[in-house]
Design a protein around this ligand. Sequence first.
Ligand code: SAH
Ligand code: F3S
Length: 482
Amino acid sequence: MEKIIDENKQGESLILEQKEGNKRKLFIESYGCQMNFSDSEIVASILADQGFNTTQNLEDADLVLVNTCSIRDKAEQTVRKRLEKYNAVKQQHNPHMKVGVLGCMAERLKSKFLEEEKIVDLVVGPDAYKDLPNLLAEVDEGREAINVILSKEETYGDVSPVRLNTNGVTAFVSITRGCDNMCTFCVVPFTRGRERSRDPQSIIEEVNDLWNRGYKEITLLGQNVDSYLWYGGGLKKDFDKASDLQKATAVNFAQLLAMCAEAQPKMRFRFSTSNPQDFTMDVIKTMAEHKNICNYIHLPVQSGSNRILKAMNRLHTREEYIELIDNIKGLIPDCAISQDMIAGFPTETEEDHQDTLSLMEYVKYDFGFMFAYSERPGTLAERKLEDDIPFDVKKRRLNEIIALQQKHSLLRTKAHVGKIEEVLIEKASKRSDAHWSGRNTQNTVVVFPKGNYKVGDFVNVKITDCTSATLIGEAVGYSENN
Ligand code: SAH
Ligand code: F3S
């Protein structure tokens, strides 16, 4: 692989990894969760071996792939609009262009996609990317092709991802696939299949390789990372059937985190996403014991009402969640915590909504990702519950949740002002080319004048000012991690 510096629309320097001698051009874009972005890097790697290099220019592409998200109706609408755009480009500039749909919408809609969207030649679900060479051979011969088979084993642990649109500093490494939780609102268990974990050895190899190539921060990815369990392969739900030896040598998430942190003590580690019901004291202790594991936990709760949590099949109560927060803050006092919330789940009353707001008041989250409930076909909530909260009520509750989060975010960022914090420089600030942008351990964005520092440096920054989303400061020197 050779590295080519490219310019994206914002004028930032992007490094695209390209393979010499490759002739065909792949345009690949991703929507939805970080896992989709990570999966696209696996797809780019598989296609690099088939003679494809990536392009940033749709009009040049021989093959266009869109990695799709089904989590809310709006996410699907966005993808449908992109397909219209590809169609227009194909008609006007590029009649030979082929179009494929990957990811959760491919899995959910299957062959319906080929019927509904004439532009689509290829439909591939999240566990079938290794079949892409065969599927493309079909497409090259003028046939439509589809593989949406979900797998019990596939983790792509043996595929070395091609880093796309990378800043050369931060990277995702996926550690689990699928989800066994069956939250009643969520389409993911249907689109990504049962939960399975990746061989820790292949994870450590990827971590070491990234360090050797200059990367400084890794986010370990899974739908539910705390449920990671390696016992030699196979589904999480079959662990009971494993042999005594397999059980005795199994690796859980806390152990995996420690292995990563110890394999590369100067690399920063983050992880996402955590489900409160699977979050253990061991993980909190492992975080506290390793200073290269960042003090930040994304800990979605969805609602502060016990009745709604139960209807969502979230397997913990409000009180247990609060206890978990107290345990985290007890061992890691400056740990940042972020939430996901859903406003207007079926049957949600004003009282339930007030419970959500009061839970937020208790935790005072650093950040949040907040959504109006969107009914998803095939989920338990869709089959059993009426989507009975009027849109304007959902919207009003959502706005109240967002406003409260903004208040708390500002409160949290203000607490950083006056401190000196370690920041890993990632890129030029979007607002000013004279400033760097990076993040502190809590995952808050920090911007400061560039000085003589460069992307990838760990710098101590004195925080002088803030907004609710960004810290502003001045560098006072390299940090000891540099
Ligand atoms: N474990 C996952 C969570 C998946 S979806 C992860 O790794 O991110 C991300 C968030 O989308 C959820 O936490 C939830 O807040 C929201 N979400 C999921 N399904 C939804 C739906 N049907 N309507 C509205 N929001 C939803
Ligand atoms: Fe979805 Fe719940 Fe899994 S939100 S991804 S079913 S933990």
